[in-house]
Design a protein around this ligand. Structure first.
Ligand SMILES: Cc1ncc(COP(=O)(O)O)c(C=O)c1O
Length: 361
């Protein structure tokens, strides 16, 4: 089949996800394994969410509502935008796929940061577009250099805010200056998967940008703070015309019915998620302080994960942790050979991580 597959596919390096807990248990014959590798929420969804999806599961014989009608109405009200400005995806990942499918192909260029979320480059490469990856400066986006990387052929610029794996965000002032003078026929894709974690005054209110920029799309997800990673649901907000273009290439039933129900409950269950946000803040502080005590450099994070510099090759450190039942991300795949990325887990999980790091380093 290799002889007939599209040439662009042969050059693609597949995305390697974090290992699932069960697989590690089986492979290493461990009983107690924790996963701090995929920036997931360590807590299960709220009791109200669990109750609602149990109820809704009785109707799994039906196709889901392809329009996400009720969720659209609820989210539009919450964000104070029109329902026509929203698109839902099978995770926010799918919106990256749709954007590339709609705007970039052979002969086009896509500008991203390096390192940044791997899906931007994988999906663009699959489409046959050339990926121009602009190195981070001190683990922050070098927006000036990214603007300079734009050519006549540029179709999409992916901006993770905050991005993964750095965990860093750019400010309102920085993005406004970036957009000023940029061609308006380039799609500026602002990925806010970690939006709910950023607690900073100068973080951009990106919905305001949408009023002036019809070429900007902002995406968010229910996977992270809202703990619905397994159900796969994310959304994009943009000008109605741009949303209409993406909707044309979306599969009709891309968001499953349980995800729709769960997301509706999440939007109402504010107290539960406010509690979770507080826990993450406390634990982030604990980990930052513990890394300092261990003399480990790290990138101070605004998200639910932290990039940590290890004295050894990241692969060795990740392997040693794995043997002790802790799954973290070996960042050598991103070209960061002395870094691991750890997700902020529960208090108990983080304590175990620090204790184990002390033992193995
Ligand atoms: C920066 C970034 N964007 C998007 C996603 C995708 O999230 P999901 O497809 O679960 O909504 C992730 C997941 O790790 C991410 O780190």
């Amino acid at each position: 089949m290799k002889s007939i597959v599209k040439k662009t596919i042969l050059a693609v390096k597949p995305y390697v996800p974090g290992k699932p807990i069960e697989e590690v248990k089986r492979e290493l014959r461990l009983r107690d394994v924790i996963k701090l590798a995929s920036n997931e929420n360590p807590y299960s969804p709220s009791p109200k969410v669990l109750k609602a999806i149990t109820q809704a599961s009785k109707e799994l014989n039906r196709y889901p509502d392809g329009d996400c009608h009720y969720l659209r109405k609820a989210l539009a009200g919450k964000l104070n935008v029109s329902g026509k400005q929203l698109i839902f995806g099978n995770g926010s990942d799918e919106l990256i796929v749709l954007a590339v499918r709609a705007f970039a192909g052979k002969g086009d260029e896509v500008v991203i940061a390096k390192p940044s979320f791997l899906i931007y480059s994988i999906v663009s490469a699959i489409a046959g577009a050339k990926v121009k990856a602009v190195p981070l400066k001190d683990f922050r986006y070098d927006l000036d250099a990214m603007k300079k990387a734009v050519t006549r052929k540029t179709k999409i610029i992916f901006l993770g805010n905050p991005d993964n794996p750095s965990g860093m965000y750019f400010t309102e002032k920085e993005i406004r200056s970036f957009l000023k003078g940029l061609r308006r026929n380039i799609l500026v894709f602002i990925d806010e998967a970690y939006y709910e974690y950023v607690n900073a005054r100068d973080y951009v209110d990106s919905l305001k940008l949408l009023r002036s920029y019809k070429n900007v799309i902002v995406t968010r997800t229910f996977s992270k703070m809202y703990g619905l990673a397994g159900l796969r649901i994310g959304y994009g907000i943009a000008n109605a015309q741009l949303i209409d273009l993406l909707n044309r290439i979306r599969e009709p039933f891309n968001v499953n019915s349980l995800a729709q129900v769960a997301a509706m409950v999440v939007l109402k269950d504010r107290a539960y998620y406010r509690g979770l946000a507080k826990k993450v803040n406390v634990q982030r502080k604990y980990l930052h302080e513990s890394f300092k005590k261990l003399n480990l450099d790290f990138v101070a994070s605004r998200t639910n994960f932290i990039l940590v510099k290890t004295n050894d090759h990241s692969g060795n450190v990740a392997k040693k942790l794995l043997k002790k039942g802790i799954i973290v991300r070996d960042m050598s795949v991103w070209g960061l050979r002395r870094f691991i990325r750890v997700t902020i887990g529960s208090a108990q999980e983080n304590k175990r991580l620090i204790k184990t790091l002390k033992e193995i380093l």
